[in-house]
Design a protein around this ligand. Structure first.
Ligand SMILES: [Zn+2]
Length: 468
């Protein structure tokens, strides 16, 4: 299952910091000057599991394993990766697609971990606050000079000097920030190489990726590339990185073929779900009978072709890897979305068991149980969905399905509460409050359901969200 969702939390902060970095590096960028909407995120158990495995040893080497840092995949096809709030690493799906090897994206993750470990974000905020103060002082001085020029009654000479005093410090401050950001980038490179070496991995992929950006920047429009905006890539930096990376005993170490296959499977899946079918078939033509190509075509067939053919292709995949939970998940999803929820239940149970009860797969099974319209499944659906939302609290679909299951049971208090929770997670605070208020009238005062509903009614909107 690959879900596209709104990013509920810290969106406004994220925008503020990326915009701040862009200000420092590329002040003329119109794209980033506009207020951004919350970037939608992509949720998928298989991709998230792989990224967790890529990141875990690096976080451990950086001493950050206890911080519960998540990797979040953003629904953007350009290459980008960044940290924005000290507890999440954001990776565009485009960065995954453009990383030919696990080692390449692991290198980028190691570099971003270097930013986290160095506390670069809070330091950058301090620098920006200082810069803003300097800017205000400079502007006040400039304005003072202009007033003085006007008052002296002389020609425009002094007034122009005032205007120059306003423009000049801005440019100076911008340069200061650029050199500050470059310093942070070099520090993150060094830290990243250190983490990779400590975990017995090569920094070659990190070097290859960053080298590609210096090459690309020769002909690519600089302003169009978000990664270059936040990651100035002067040749000296890449040269320093190469020297450092080559000094590691693991420089020539290759990715494990099994990991490379999983990497290619995730890229095939992302391509199949996110790209147009003609693009998918160009990347993975029928002449390519590798497992990733067959996976991509099976997904594209279920999404754009017919269910029967898709199921035959998925069964072929299961024959090759009978222990792969994501093939059963796909089979279940294809059946569910093909209007056969009862048939989706068995493969989804299998997927759940093989994936050690992954909550997003639990939600899909819960959805299939609810969709059968068979009341015999209602209690099981409620139990499964409650287990899922307890461990995966940011996916509204779990609460949406839970609301339906409670509705079927005739428990309208719990149904309203679950609907309110789903609306809250979608960022629709108005609906969330209305539903939670209604739920409160259905629960006895002070019961756990009443308390949860009351929490939603009295929840403050997050910064950047409309308070209606
Ligand atoms: Zn960086």
């Amino acid at each position: 299952m690959l879900l596209r969702m709104a990013l509920r939390q810290t969106t406004s902060r994220l925008t503020a910091v990326t915009a701040a970095v862009a200000l420092a590096v590329a002040p003329m960028s119109p794209a980033l000057a506009e207020p951004e909407k919350g970037p939608p995120i992509i949720r998928d158990t298989e991709a998230e599991q792989l990224l967790r495995e890529y990141t875990r040893p690096i976080l451990r080497a950086a001493g950050l394993e206890k911080q519960n840092i998540q990797v979040v995949i953003l629904n953007e096809k350009v290459f980008n990766a960044f940290v924005a709030d000290g507890r999440r690493i954001f990776v565009n799906y485009g960065a995954l697609m453009q990383s030919d090897t696990p080692n390449q994206i692991i290198g980028v993750l190691a570099h971003e971990t270097g930013h986290l470990a160095g506390g670069h974000l809070s330091k950058l905020r301090e620098q920006l606050a200082q810069a803003q103060t300097q800017m205000i002082i400079a502007m006040l001085l400039g304005a003072g000079a202009m007033v003085a020029g006007a008052r002296s009654g002389s020609s425009n000479g002094l007034a122009n000097a005032g205007a120059a005093a306003i423009a000049g410090p801005q440019e100076m401050i911008r340069r200061t920030l650029i050199s500050y950001v470059r310093q942070q980038e070099e520090n993150a490179d060094r830290a990243g190489v250190k983490f990779l070496t400590a975990t017995g991995q090569s920094a070659k992929g990190m070097y290859e990726t960053f080298k590609r950006f210096t090459n690309d920047s020769l002909f690519a429009a600089r302003d169009a590339d978000p990664y270059l905006q936040s990651h100035p890539m002067p040749a000296e930096r890449v040269a320093a990185l190469e020297e450092l990376a080559r000094s590691s005993p693991y420089w020539d170490k290759k990715d494990d073929p099994a990991l490379q296959l999983r990497h290619d499977m995730v890229r095939a899946k992302v391509s199949a779900f996110m790209e147009r079918p003609d693009t998918v078939y160009r990347r993975y033509p029928p002449s390519n009978d590798s497992l990733p190509a067959r996976y991509a075509r099976a997904i594209a067939t279920y999404l754009h072709g017919d269910l029967r053919s898709a199921l035959a292709q998925i069964d072929g995949l299961i024959q090759v890897q009978p222990g792969n939970p994501y093939f059963y998940e796909l089979r279940g999803q294809a059946l569910l979305e093909g209007g056969k929820p009862a048939e989706a239940i068995a493969p989804l149970r299998k997927a759940l068991q093989l994936s050690n009860n992954a909550p997003l797969i639990e939600m899909l099974l819960g959805q299939a149980l609810v969709a059968t319209d068979n009341k015999a499944y209602t209690e099981e659906a409620i139990a499964i969905l409650r287990s899922a939302v307890a461990r995966e609290s940011e996916a509204p679909i779990g609460y949406t399905q839970l609301a339906m299951a409670y509705g079927r049971k005739g428990d309208f208090a719990q149904a309203d509460l679950a609907s309110a929770q789903a609306a809250f997670l979608r960022g629709d605070n108005k609906t969330a409050r209305e539903l939670a208020s209604r739920a409160k009238t259905r629960f006895a005062i002070g019961t756990p359901g009443w308390v949860k509903a009351d929490d939603i009614v009295s929840a403050k909107p997050l910064p950047g969200q409309k308070s209606n």
